[in-house]
Design a protein around this ligand. Structure first.
Ligand code: S3P
Length: 432
């Protein structure tokens, strides 16, 4: 498809948006349901390309997944030990979560699996998952010294054994891969996180009857006999998708948007803390439980933002929101300094480089560092043609920068389908 032009907003953004289902929780809902013995009815599932990669993989592994509507599924598994050898290579597409979590789930199985993915996923580091899984006794072979796709898991001849693993990077995907392998391992499996990362795997395992202990930064489990599937799983709205509207409504003058059903699990709310520190006007309303997760409605009103600083301790709680925060920072008075964010270099694209090269084309005054960014806010933005790097969060960040600035032409805009298929429809609805 062609480029997409976003015109500058000629009026305030007003109204309500229902935030689509959380990508991380959607993946986990299908994976864990496939390990139960009874059907699970999943609602508010995110029907995005990444989550559909997980659905295809779980079907190939023997789970029955019935699509009732695009956001409603019924998954029927064959029990904890009921996965079967797939007939084909498993293709994770663009999805790091599909690949890394499934490596954890499949390393202990007694059948071989071959994984592939798109070009972006072939570039991303997988050694961070392979290393602990090998320590647990798995045999995994990958390209480039066992760090890259394509990857083969060789059947486990004997059960894996639990380990205590001190994670060198705070990564929910690595943590989850180890815990999922631990479901099949002898003895106790423990991961120690440098900083708290999203805990959806732990919460959902608990709703499947697995006891997960959490003391400070140590998370442990023992292999259960079975998973007891809940009849219903409700996916909360994705705060990472809400992030684009939180920023857009903050920086388009006069805006007032109500974002409904936003997941506010505290391992994900770094974006709220940072925007509030920048002077954003957010009201968190109607807090409630949605399954095992917390959700709320967030009212955001436009305000003059100012720069802020944040670093390694909060990064895992807002790692996917940094491109959107960088847009907010371009509209803020003063400097925003982001440190300890080296992980951005190994996302769907090198996001430090992408933010720097593309936002500078729009007139941003930005310095790229090895592990962060300095954004000198308040420059006059201009219209430009910018490349999304085929990265969904870059495309959406460019869109809101153009909307609040002087327009943008986005090359490779369709990648928004990875996490937010209706993003442009929602944008068109707000500005028409
Ligand atoms: C995710 C964890 C994060 C995040 C990704 C989804 C997850 O990745 O960036 O979009 O669902 O566990 P890392 O674990 O690599 O930080």
């Amino acid at each position: 498809m062609g480029n997409r032009v976003i015109e500058p907003a000629n009026r305030a953004l007003k109204g309500e948006l229902i935030i689509p289902g959380d990508k991380s929780v959607s993946h986990r809902s299908v994976m864990l349901s496939a390990l139960g013995n009874t059907p699970v009815h999943i609602t508010n599932f995110l029907p995005s390309a990444d989550c559909l990669s997980t659905v295809a993989a779980m079907r190939a592994l023997g789970a029955r997944v019935e699509l009732i509507s695009d956001t409603e599924l019924v998954v029927q598994g064959n029990g904890l030990h009921g996965l079967r050898e797939p007939d084909t290579i498993l293709d994770a597409g663009n999805s790091g979560t599909t690949l890394r979590l499934l490596m954890g789930l499949l390393a202990p199985q007694s059948f071989p699996v071959v994984f592939t993915g798109d070009t972006s996923l072939h570039r991303r580091p997988m050694g961070r998952v392979i290393k602990p899984l090998k320590e647990m006794g798995a045999t995994i072979v990958g390209r480039a010294e066992n760090t890259k796709l394509p990857i083969t898991i060789v059947p486990a001849e004997k059960p894996l054994h639990g380990i205590t693993y001190v994670m060198p990077v705070a990564s929910a995907q690595v943590k989850s891969a180890i815990l999922l392998s631990g479901l099949f391992a002898d003895g106790k499996t423990t991961v120690i996180e440098p900083y708290p990362s999203r805990n959806h795997t732990e919460l959902m395992l608990e709703s499947f009857g697995v006891r997960v202990s959490h003391e400070d930064n140590r998370i442990s489990l023992m292999a259960p006999d079975r998973l007891t599937a809940p009849a219903e799983l409700i996916v909360p709205g994705d705060i990472s998708s809400a992030a684009f509207w939180l920023v857009a409504a903050s920086i388009v003058p006069g805006s007032e948007l109500l974002l409904k059903n936003v997941g506010i699990n505290e391992t994900r709310t770094g974006i709220i803390e940072v925007l509030e520190a920048m002077g954003a006007r957010l009201s968190i309303m109607n807090k409630r439980k949605s399954g095992e997760e917390q959700v709320a409605d967030i009212l955001v009103k436009a305000s003059q933002l100012h720069g802020t600083s944040f670093g390694a301790d909060i990064i895992p709680r807002l790692v996917d929101e940094i491109p959107a925060i960088a847009v907010a920072a371009m509209f803020a008075k003063g400097d925003t300094i982001i440190t300890g964010a080296g992980e951005l270099r190994v996302k769907e694209t090198d996001r430090i480089d992408a933010i720097y090269t593309q936002f500078v084309k729009l007139g941003g005054n930005i310095e790229a560092k090895e592990d962060g960014l300095i954004i000198h806010g308040g420059t006059e933005l201009k219209r430009a043609k910018c490349f999304s790097h085929d990265d969904h969060r870059m495309a959406m960040s460019l869109a809101i920068a153009g909307l609040a600035g002087n327009g943008v032409e986005i090359e490779e805009p369709d990648c928004v389908a990875i996490s937010y298929p209706k993003f442009y429809d929602e944008l068109d609805r707000l500005i028409k």
